[in-house]
Design a protein around this ligand. Sequence first.
Ligand SMILES: [Zn+2]
Length: 322
Amino acid sequence: MRKVLAFDLGGTKFAFGVVAEDGTVLGSGRVETLAEAGPAQAVQRVAAAAQQLLTELKLKPADLLAIGIASPGPLDTARGCVDGSPNLPGWTGYSIEGELSKAFGHLPARIDNDCNAAALGEYVFGAGKGKRNLVYLTISTGIGGGAVIDGRLMRGANGNAAELGHIPLTMDGPRCGCGNQGCWEAYASGTAIARRTREALAAGRPSSILKFAGSIEQVTTHHLFQAMAEGDALAQDIWAESINYLGRGLGAVINTFNPDIIVVGGGVTAAGDALFVPMRAKAFAYAFPRLGAVCAIVPAALGGNVGVVGAAACAFEAAGSP
Ligand SMILES: [Zn+2]
């Protein structure tokens, strides 16, 4: 069975794995990124660790089809590098793609935005198997997106397509990490939901959330879910508002892409049906009925493997397979 080498670059961890063409992870590992120390040391260490994994699996670079790299954006895909990523300061201009290719016998290599890679991963190996039009969304510290339309991963002019978290919902809303105001993720990411909860508590509304969190500063979405489970009114209000924001954004996504399926991952999906049931209803209320009628909204299937498996899907695509 054909295999690829996949890398999942993050601000703190640099994961890697050997993945077969049925999506099975044959072996994996990770090193610290130590982002502040720059790209060369990280790429050197991850390449050494991946080389060791290949040895353990009795594989040589020549036994592999290609290399896939999932990386935080923004990217400069023409040069194979990150381009001003806030989590990877000083990495701009260093060709991660070129250096990893060189380290493994000049195998063809491709770098993709991590959410775009996740979209292709879910499309080929996960919840989107058998569909033609998939949008992937992760709701965690931010909101990230990726889209596979008519069977092709949408990369855009320089590899940065589908920055869905930065759809502006309002003119003058909360400040987003990107510098604009009122972005979708500034209202509805896990971070934003926790911030809105803290603001409501600071305004003096009574709630059992504090019993779970200890103090306003420590409130996370986890405490919100705990309070919701025992019927806390403030928690339920914040959640209903969050669902409304998520539904508005999803309505825009449905109207833009006309997907068969929207696959949703990220920490906030731990809420399960308490998220998916009302979020679907809101999304379909905001979307055109004809487009909503053909769109499923489902949890992601790849879980913690999404980074490596997504990068592997990109590698197989780079090699013209599957
Ligand atoms: Zn933004």
